[in-house]
Structure formats: C-alpha cells, structure tokens
Design a protein around this ligand. Structure first.
Ligand SMILES: Cc1cc2nc3c(=O)[nH]c(=O)nc-3n(C[C@H](O)[C@H](O)[C@H](O)COP(=O)(O)OP(=O)(O)OC[C@H]3O[C@@H](n4cnc5c(N)ncnc54)[C@H](O)[C@@H]3O)c2cc1C
Length: 444
C-alpha cells in the first residue's frame, strides 16, 4: 500500500542506533519516505557518555544532529517530537503536544532508561548515565566537588571525595576506571593544592564478578587493574538508600558521599509502558522473530526497547550492535513487505563485546568464539571500534584528537563546569551527613 504521494511512508520513533540504522537503510529507497521522530534533535553515542562525564571528550564529540545525518536524502524528514502514545492498529503515534503521524509502517526504537529498582532516594540523588544530559550533569558534579575541595580541604572529612558507583557492568567499570585516572593524572596537574590521595572510589555490585559476560580470566584482570588504580571493589554488595549526602549499602554501612553514580541497570523507555504495547521481561516489548509486534505486522519494535529473540529463544542483549543490526533488518523487512515479499527472521551477527577499564587497559572478546584480548591491544581495538561506530567523520576526528591530546598531555580534555545546579552542594542539607555537634564546653 502506498500513500497519496505514491510513495510508502515509514514513521520511526527514536534516532538512536536502531532508529538511525533503519532510516539510513531506507534512505536508499526512492519509493519510500521516512519521518524520523526524536525528542532530541541529535543522535547520542551512549557508549562514550562516561568520557564526557569524566571530561575526556566534549559533548559535541558524541552527539550528532539528526538533520545533519541526512543532508542530501530528501526522502528523510526529521521532526523534533516527544512521542507519548502509540496506536498499533492504526500505525499512528501521538506527540505530547497532540500532533500525530501515521505510516504505512511504524518503527518503535525508543531505547531504554535507567532502572533504579525502587531504591529510596536514588532517582532524586543518584547520577545516572544514560543521556548526554546525564553526562554533563555528572561532569559538573565531579568538577564542582573538586572546585569546592580545592578551596576547603576539610570537606574531605565530610565525604566530598567519596565516589560511589552502583553496578559492575560496563558503565560502572568504565566510569570507575575513568574517575580513578582523572584523580591520579589530571587532577594533580590542574588542582595543584588538592590532595586527591584521600579520594575513595567504591564500586558496588550484587553479583560475584565485574563484567559478568566475560571469562573468569577477564574478571580477574578487571579486578586487578581497578584495584591497582585504587578502586575499592565490593562484590555481593549493593545500595539500599541514597541521600543527598550519603549512601546506605546493603551490608548496613553508610558512606558519606556527594556523588553516587548509577550504572545499576536499565529498563525499557517509558513509551513501552504505553498501554497499547504488551511488556515482557525487563519492561521491554516482546517481538516476533521478524521484529514485528505480535498481531500488528506493520509495526516493528527494535533495539533496546524490544525483547528480540536470539537463536536460543532468549532475548538478545541490549547492545549498540544488536540495535543497529535490528534497525537495518527491520528496514529490509519493511521494503520486502511493501513489495509483497515475505519478511525474514532477524539474524544477529555477534562480533563481540568490549569494555574500557582505564588508560591502556581494556578487554575485548571478539569473533564468534569470543576470543579475548586484554591490555593495550584491547585498548587500541576499543578506540578503533568506537570511533568507527560514531556518526560523522568530524566527530571521529575530534574524538581522536581529544584522546591523543589526553594521552600526550595528561591534562585531560574539556573540564567545563556548565551545569551550576548540578555542581551546587548544600553541605548541611543531609542529617545523616552532618558532622557531629561539638559538645559545649562545661561552664567553669
Ligand atoms: C553508558 C552506556 C554505555 C554503553 N556501552 C556500550 C558499549 O560499549 N557497546 C555496546 O554495544 N553498547 C553499549 N551500550 C548500549 C547501547 O548504547 C544501546 O544498546 C543502544 O544505544 C540502543 O540503541 P537504541 O536505538 O535501541 O536506543 P537509544 O540509543 O537509547 O536511542 C533511543 C532514541 O529514542 C529517543 N526517544 C526515546 N523515547 C522517545 C519518545 N517518547 N519520543 C521521541 N523520542 C524518543 C531517544 O531520544 C533516543 O534518541 C551502552 C549504553 C550506555 C547507557
């Protein structure tokens, strides 16, 4: 079925890896027009958020205007819209401001959001890392703490240099390594009177190993590298409560801190909770093997927001590579559908997983058998793979310049404190973190 323009219209919600992959594939089809909707005007390269948060890269290095991705593709129209509702039967989406878009095919690629698992105070006080906004907030909080301790070293006794990181997956490990490097290398160079040796980085995970999907050998390597960097790894331990000036751990202890970083898990984007979609495991939307919504063959749900069945029937992991490939596959199925041909079940090509642990240290499990490499080689592979995945040549060049500059000068990248609200700390706002009152001297 084609619209009045004689072209098939595809509406895509979300310009992340999945939505962008789908739009880029459809851009090659002159008989298809695409409306790409996103609440942000830019694509965000989430795997490098932690580098923005720790001042290694600038926000512009990892964000690319969605309109700028399609400068010459006249069949792709980008619209800034926050989608609030879906009508799968009508293949229509509705923006928060009421405007609607209807397609011959509809693609939902709305991604994930942090999951705080109902931990008291976490939503209000912890710093998640799932968007550019999160990363710049966290960067300003870290820099704000450093600025304040630089002026008043006594704040260290009030937990100012305690960083609590929740979750030992890639986000937690990468941010722990990056903060350790920042404190060891760039802080002494830029904050000459600040004694960073009093800092504590506590990395918590309820499980029995960091970076669980890797091998036992890799688990040992990660633990060794992070411990050498001074990270205090606490396995079998999580967070029970977060306050503005403290965190209560599951072992009952309290850590004074002004910076709890949340890498503790994700759940599907709020759009998945729209009553029209049935939510499965992790709040995500269960889809057919061909990526369509059960009972709605013209509606595709792809990337992080979907439970895409893998070869063993278990959902595929929430990874950039799964999202990108599912986007391209959905585009091919949409085109096949328009041509009256059968849709094909999604086949994921697993090229491996990798994680950065800090300067010169990374692990990569590559190829079908997940052959593992550690250390500098994995670090170089990590840089190459992530740069190649970034959208736009300019972003790649800028990231490489920043990484090279960082490597040679050790002074780090853009230490820009631009979110004054995130940096502002009221040191007396938390009862649990207040220093004990000094007893009044007895009257002579
Ligand atoms: C800190 C971090 C590190 C990671 N590291 C890696 C890594 O090293 N390797 C790897 O493979 N994967 C990594 N991932 C996972 C990877 O980034 C995700 O799997 C991938 O981004 C999912 O792509 P997506 O397109 O499904 O969703 P997203 O990339 O999240 O994109 C979703 C898009 O939808 C838009 N959107 C959402 N809701 C609405 C709405 N209601 N209206 C309009 N627009 C909406 C959003 O603005 C966004 O642009 C990491 C993720 C994080 C958070």
């Amino acid at each position: 079925m084609a619209s009045t323009t004689g072209k098939h219209h595809v509406v895509i919600v979300g310009g992340g890896f999945a939505g962008l992959g789908c739009a880029q594939r459809l851009a090659h089809h002159d008989d298809v027009t695409v409306t790409l909707l996103d609440r942000n005007n830019h694509h965000q390269f989430l795997p490098l958020l932690y580098q923005v948060a720790t001042s290694q890269l600038a926000p512009a290095d990892i964000a690319h205007s969605l309109r700028g991705v399609f400068p010459e593709q006249e069949n792709i129209d980008v619209k800034l819209a926050d989608i609030a509702g879906i009508d799968p039967a009508a293949r229509t989406v509705r923006a928060r401001d009421g405007e609607t878009w209807t397609g011959d095919a509809l693609v939902i690629a709305a991604g994930s959001q942090p999951n705080f698992f109902n931990t008291p105070g976490a939503r209000e006080h912890a710093f998640p890392l799932y968007s550019l906004d999160d990363a710049t907030r966290l960067r300003s909080r870290i820099l704000g703490i450093l600025e304040q301790v630089d002026r008043n070293p006594a704040l260290v006794d009030r937990g100012a240099l305690n960083f609590v990181i929740v979750g030992g997956g890639p986000t937690g490990v990468e941010v722990a390594g990056a903060i350790a490097d920042m404190l060891a290398v760039t802080v002494p160079a830029e904050y000459r009177s600040l004694d960073a040796s009093a800092a504590r980085i506590i990395l918590l995970d309820y499980g029995d190993a960091l970076l669980k999907p890797f091998s036992d050998e890799a688990h040992e390597y990660v633990a060794k590298v992070l411990t050498a960097k001074g990270v205090d790894i606490r396995l079998g331990t999580g967070v029970k409560e977060v306050g503005s000036g403290h965190a209560v751990l599951s072992d009952g202890s309290t850590v004074l801190t002004r910076c709890v970083i949340w890498g503790g898990g994700i759940t599907a984007a709020p759009l998945a909770g729209d009553g029209a979609l049935a939510q499965g495991r992790g709040g995500r939307v269960d889809v057919e093997p061909d990526l369509t919504l059960p009972g709605s063959p013209g509606v595709y749900v792809i990337g992080d927001v979907a439970n895409i069945p893998g070869p063993d029937g278990e959902p595929l992991p929430q990874l950039g590579s799964v999202a990108l490939q599912s986007g391209v596959w959905a585009a091919d199925n949409i085109v096949a559908d328009f041509a009256g041909k059968p849709r094909k079940p999604f086949e994921y090509k697993d090229k491996g997983i990798m994680a950065m642990i800090g300067r010169g240290a990374a692990i990569a499990a590559v190829g079908k058998r997940h052959h593992e490499v550690h250390g500098e080689l994995a670090h170089m592979a990590w840089l190459g793979v992530h740069a190649s995945l970034m959208t736009g040549t300019r972003a790649r060049i800028e990231a490489f310049v920043d990484w090279a500059w960082d490597g040679f000068t050790k002074t780090g990248g853009p230490h820009v404190l631009d979110r004054s609200a995130a940096a502002a700390i009221d040191w007396d706002d938390d009862e649990a973190a207040r220093p004990p009152a000094v007893p009044a001297a007895p009257a002579p």
